[in-house]
Design a protein around this ligand. Structure first.
Ligand SMILES: [Zn+2]
Length: 251
């Protein structure tokens, strides 16, 4: 099974003891490409280092809404030109935790969309309890390539995202009990979704609460396969092709 992990934070300290070990296991078990996602200065630089070490790893650089208060425009503009950087992210709005003031979040989000447009890079959006506000800002700029990572909206919001020609990405949250995501998974066209773990967070059932790793992508693949009534292998292949076309168009 050929797998594209589109969102992991393998540079995080949770992996300090066994990072290389886990990555080798991932690459041996079908993960052909992995996107490591920056959230602040440290993680953007660490992600690039990882990508320089492993040819399978590519990078998104950006300041997470939690870290918007530390946003450094020059740093992101510079790092975004590195040859293994293929997207700007994760960027957006988080009104659930509000770790940066709302206006500061909006400002950092907009400036980073501008960088993405200037460099013609896709945008990876973090949207938590901020669906309408994220959509408003994005519709102002209308970037062509956008993915809502760890999608948490309903079918109506998914329609709005799809109508813009954008993408949706599913994490282990679709396996949670009482997940409202089943309807979204069911309605999403086959050419419009990616899969991701958001490791070390969001371990899928039956591993909830434990540290997550890209080795657990199979639980997400199996859940999508079950809902869409197609073979797991097909889910892996479809999402692989979608993500490769989106993030690595020159490969
Ligand atoms: Zn993330």
């Amino acid at each position: 099974m050929k797998i594209f992990e589109t969102h992991a934070h393998m540079d995080f300290p949770q992996f300090n003891k066994d990072r290389d070990d886990i990555l080798e296991k991932c690459f041996d078990s079908g993960v052909e490409y992995m996107l490591n996602i920056g959230v602040d200065k440290r993680s953007c630089e660490a992600s690039i280092k990882l990508a320089e070490k492993y040819e399978q790893i590519f990078v998104a650089v950006g300041f997470h809404p939690h870290d918007a208060k530390d946003f450094d425009e020059d740093l992101i503009s510079r790092l975004a030109k590195h040859k293994k950087v293929v997207a700007i992210g994760e960027i957006g709005l988080d009104f659930f935790r509000n770790l940066s003031p709302v206006e500061v979040q909006k400002d950092a989000f907009q400036k980073q969309i501008e960088i993405a447009l200037e460099l013609n890079l896709p945008v990876i959006v973090h949207d938590r309890n901020a669906h309408d506000e994220c959509l408003d800002i994005l519709q102002k700029y209308k970037p062509q390539k956008v993915v809502f990572h760890c999608f948490s909206g309903d079918e109506i919001f998914a329609e709005k995202v799809l109508n813009m020609g954008w993408f949706i990405s599913f994490t282990g949250s679709i396996t949670f009990k009482n997940s409202l995501m089943e309807n979204v998974v069911r309605m999403i066209p086959k050419d419009k979704f990616f899969i991701e773990t958001d490791s070390p967070y969001l371990s899928p059932v039956p591993l909830r609460g434990k540290r997550n790793s890209p080795l657990n992508l199979r639980y997400i693949i199996e859940k999508i396969a079950e809902i869409k009534r197609i073979a797991p292998k097909q889910v892996a292949e479809i999402s692989f092709n979608n993500a490769a076309k989106f993030f690595l168009p020159d490969k």
